[in-house]
Design a protein around this ligand. Structure first.
Ligand code: ADP
Ligand code: MG
Length: 358
């Protein structure tokens, strides 16, 4: 057990012992070499008792994990997997997000560091059954709504055009132009929702251009105390998506953040690329993540599980449709929106596949 002893020396006083996430180290033979204290709690086993065991002695459904470990070792790349069922041997079944990171173990051996984070079942919006039911209800609702919106929209646009003719050139033109271009965009969207085939207009889209448009629109609407920071990953490649649908989805989320901040606070728009990432149990080679982070009051715990359903709102003038429309639009791109929130930090994460799954 020389390797395990070395590892104990390496990791016991180290960072891993203090982490609240579970960290496991497996060697190339798929045997456990290290377990941090958070892991001892999760497994209800001491480190001494668990170390040296094979994966199949720890988990009743070890097959998928063995495949992921081999795959991470072979490729040398980090693999993220979300919403995994983990059946502990003689213990409960957990839903976890896990990260497999290839590492070098003492003695020039290859190994895998596995991080497991428990996921609250009720907060996950990507449980397929829930998603499908929700999407169908939302779709019916959207079509009904599109009918209702189309007619007054034409009137609105016409009135803005007349207004534009009446007022002199100057700063107010900016506002009439926004009304007209937004009316056109909505008209476009409604037509697509009502269209016979309802096929999105897929093309190469630079997500940062879309985020910049959203930023501009929300800043025009907001009071001066609102700032929107850009934290963009320039290496993010173009997406294959419908730009109008994507803009609408992101706009709904950023608008909510601005409303929660009530004109005072900060929103961060953050983009990142994830490699080998799972969305709704399908693995993709590349996934784009767009995070909309605000430092507002947060979403009440009782609301959090419901916010993606239609008609759920906490605002007097709210429709409760913004997030369900956004979720439905992103689902149509095979993506997903997730949310986590606490007072002072609310994060909406939009995950969009960039490259087809392997
Ligand atoms: N960033 C946020 N901060 C706090 N609450 C939020 C945030 N985003 C959404 N919410 C909550 O989710 C609810 C639903 O949002 P949404 O579906 O857009 O409908 P609406 O905006 O019409 O209320 C909001 O009423 C609000 O309670
Ligand atoms: Mg809204």
């Amino acid at each position: 057990m020389a390797v395990a002893d070395d590892l104990t020396g390496l990791y016991t006083e180290g960072l891993l012992d203090n982490l609240s996430t579970t960290v496991l180290l497996f060697d190339a033979d798929h045997r456990l070499r290290y377990l941090n204290p958070a892991g001892e709690v999760m497994f209800a086993q001491s480190k001494r008792h668990a170390c040296g065991k094979a994966i199949s002695e720890l988990f009743a459904n070890a097959g998928w994990m063995i495949r992921q470990i081999s795959s991470a070792m072979d490729s040398g790349q980090v693999i993220n997997q979300r919403g995994c069922r983990l059946e502990l041997m003689n213990g409960p079944t957990l839903i976890v997000n896990c990260t497999h990171t290839p590492v070098s173990l003492p003695g020039a051996m290859n190994g895998i560091m596995l991080e497991l984070r428990k996921v609250d079942h009720h907060l996950r919006v990507d449980q397929e059954e829930q998603l499908i039911a929700q999407q169908e209800a939302t779709h019916a609702l959207l079509r009904g709504l599109a009918h209702e919106i189309k007619n007054p929209l034409g009137g609105l646009r016409g009135a803005a055009q007349l207004l534009e003719k009446e007022i002199p050139e100057g700063e107010f033109r900016e506002y009439t132009r926004i009304i007209i271009s937004e009316a056109d965009r909505l008209q476009n969207l409604m037509d697509r929702m009502l269209g016979p085939n309802d096929v999105p207009n897929i093309q190469a889209v630079n997500i940062h251009n879309i985020l910049e448009r959203v930023r501009e629109l929300v800043l025009v609407e907001a009071e001066s105390g609102l700032t929107i920071q850009q934290d963009y990953d320039p290496s993010l490649p173009d997406l294959q998506a419908d730009p109008d649908l994507l803009l609408q989805a992101i706009l709904n989320i950023v608008r909510n953040a601005a409303q929660a901040l009530d004109g005072n606070g900060e929103i961060i728009l953050r983009t990142r690329v994830h490699r080998r990432f799972n969305i709704a149990n399908r693995q993709y080679r590349l996934v784009a993540s767009v995070e909309v982070i605000d430092n507002g009051p947060g979403i009440e715990a009782s609301m959090q599980a419901k916010i993606f359903y239609p008609m759920i709102t906490s605002r007097n003038d709210g429709t409760g449709l913004g997030l369900s429309i956004a979720q439905s639009l992103i689902n149509r791109h095979h993506g997903l929106i997730e949310c986590r929130s606490k007072p002072g930090e609310t994060v909406f994460t939009i995950l969009l596949p960039l490259e087809i799954e392997q």
